[in-house]
Design a protein around this ligand. Structure first.
Ligand code: PLP
Length: 413
């Protein structure tokens, strides 16, 4: 099939707008008449600096990111950030204790008695992040504040009520995943119990927004850091963005000396995962893929040109597409069973089963029939099976409508 005959609902990497890919393909050969491609120009050239600055500015404008946040481009994917958050936030915790007057002996005691990182485990990705924290820190320092499987027969699909979360007293961070790509579970809003007080004080909250960033408004000021891989709503695979509150960076909060961390038995992260190092070097500590930043920048420019009211405009479209698709599924409860609970359904990853005497056979015929119509990438994650519609920003309303028509027709047949 040709590109124009396909609507691709894959979960990531996701489909990209064709006009942006065509422009990017040209830029790979010759970037703006320089005779050299964008992936060949030095990452330290003036034109690379301009691309980085414009992309940061456009992201800030689109998401309304306050001035007291730093935007950094990193590598290592979302998974790299599972580790980066642990290293950087535990480091910040040590620095704060030092700033409050703790010497090495006091620190040793504080680490043993008080150091915790809290995780809300609501799906496969927050589970992976939690496991990484246990691997790096030792599980005695990792508090599983909630595990959504405990209220849903061992499976993900619900978010336990906030009043049941067992948060630590002063954790180095509370970590959660805003949208669980595999399980189709999305936090409907920022959790009330984590909200900052009027004076801005409150828990240190970190969120993985890899699969719903740019699709809805984000109360950035409630977070100490958010991160997201580019490969769903932002661009092509290869860069990860971290939006980090400046109070976590020097001069407010320099990372502790490696020798001190070693004395305290705490992990010392790779330099390329250090927010401080990457921020200090304007994301150019080492070779950054400027091509990836360029593509992300083009996506943001297109979003800003399409939606004068910025992310609100895209949010309205995303919500509408999701409502259409869920509506079509709900119309045929005899054929489709939506997996997650209605209150936490993801607008981005719509997970359901095709029922029948033999679910496997029903789902196979669903996938075969959809593929024939150019509706691709619908197979659920290998760990959970079923069907997953990834309703990212690049899926146009007409794409969602085409899918809805198919859901109706398949349901009838
Ligand atoms: N977090 C979420 C929500 C994801 O969906 C993914 C990947 O799909 C990751 C993290 C891991 O990202 P990566 O594959 O870039 O490490």
């Amino acid at each position: 099939p040709t590109r124009s005959e396909i609507t691709y609902f894959g979960a990531g990497p996701a489909a990209m707008p064709t006009d942006i890919l065509e422009k990017a393909a040209q830029a790979l050969v010759d970037y703006e008449g320089t005779g050299l491609g964008i992936a060949e120009h030095s990452h330290r050239s003036a034109l690379a600096a301009k691309i980085i600055e414009e992309t940061k500015a456009d992201l800030s404008t689109y998401l309304d990111i306050p001035d007291d946040y730093e935007i950094i481009f990193m590598q290592g994917g979302g998974s790299g950030e599972f580790s980066a958050t642990v290293y950087n936030l535990v480091g910040a915790w040590v620095t704060r204790k030092q700033q409050a007057g703790a010497d090495e002996e006091a620190l040793r005691k504080l680490v043993a008695e008080e150091l915790k990182v809290d995780y809300l485990v609501t799906g496969s990705w927050s589970l992976k992040a939690y496991q990484e924290a246990c691997r790096l820190l030792g599980s005695e320092h990792v508090n599983l504040a909630t595990d959504a499987r405990t209220i849903n027969e061992g499976k993900f699909g619900k978010i336990p009520g906030e009043s049941t979360w067992k948060l630590s007293k002063n954790p180095a961070m509370v970590y959660y995943c805003d949208n669980e790509t595999v399980d189709g579970v999305e936090f409907p809003k920022f959790p009330d119990v984590l909200a900052p007080a009027a004076d801005g004080s409150g828990p240190i909250v970190i969120a993985d927004m890899s699969s719903n960033i740019l699709s809805r408004k984000v109360p950035v000021k409630n977070y100490s850091a958010i991160f997201f891989g580019a490969q769903k709503n932002l661009g092509v695979t290869g860069i990860t963005v971290a939006v980090v509150k400046k109070t976590l960076l020097p001069p407010s909060c320099p990372q502790p000396a490696p020798a001190l961390l070693r004395q305290l038995g705490l992990p010392i992260g790779p330099i390329v995962l250090s927010y401080e190092t990457i921020a200090k070097n304007n994301s150019l500590y080492n070779t950054l893929s400027i091509f990836d930043v360029y593509v992300a920048g083009q996506v943001l420019k297109k979003l800003l040109a399409t939606y004068p009211d910025r992310v609100d405009g895209q949010q309205a479209v995303a919500d509408k597409k999701a409502a259409l698709i869920y509506g079509a599924l709900e119309k045929r409860p005899d054929v489709y069973r939506i997996v997650p609970d209605k209150t936490v359904r993801s607008r981005m990853n719509i997970c359901f089963r095709v029922t029948g005497d033999d679910t496997d056979a029903s789902e196979k015929s669903f996938l075969d029939a959809s593929k024939k119509l150019g509706l691709e990438g619908l197979k659920g994650h290998r760990s959970v099976g079923g069907i997953r519609v990834s309703n990212y920003n690049s899926i146009p309303l007409e794409g969602a409508e085409r899918l809805v028509k198919f859901l109706d027709e398949f349901g009838k047949a």
